[in-house]
Design a protein around this ligand. Sequence first.
Ligand SMILES: [Zn+2]
Length: 141
Amino acid sequence: MTRYLPTPPPNPPLEAVPFWEWCKKRELRFQQCANCGRCRHHPAPYCRFCLSPECVWVPAPDEAELFSYTVVHNAVSEELRPFVPYNIAIVAFPSLNVRLISNVIDLAPEELRIGMPLRLTWQECSDGTPLPLFLGKTVTP
Ligand SMILES: [Zn+2]
């Protein structure tokens, strides 16, 4: 399989560093407020519900679902031009009530369906950073 997105991600903000450290171990984890228990993503320095700065990082399940998506037909950079059309997917983890922006890498745009089951996979970008991406073909509802 060819690399879906060739460029390394930009440097993350400080509160997102643990997210990427878990990704380097190929573990997708989300921040969970240690006070009220709600999960959040993108990482933030405090809970938007109860304002607690305390959090833990909880593992995400491998199974998720496609909440929404868009299909990019005009690449924003030369590096992405070979990959159009590609999708940008909002992937939901209902058990944690969080969503992640990612890509579904094994389906053509016309095969994507909102609500379809997805499975987490990992693919390293050019600097070796594993990115959490998603498969839709091999998942049975
Ligand atoms: Zn909270």
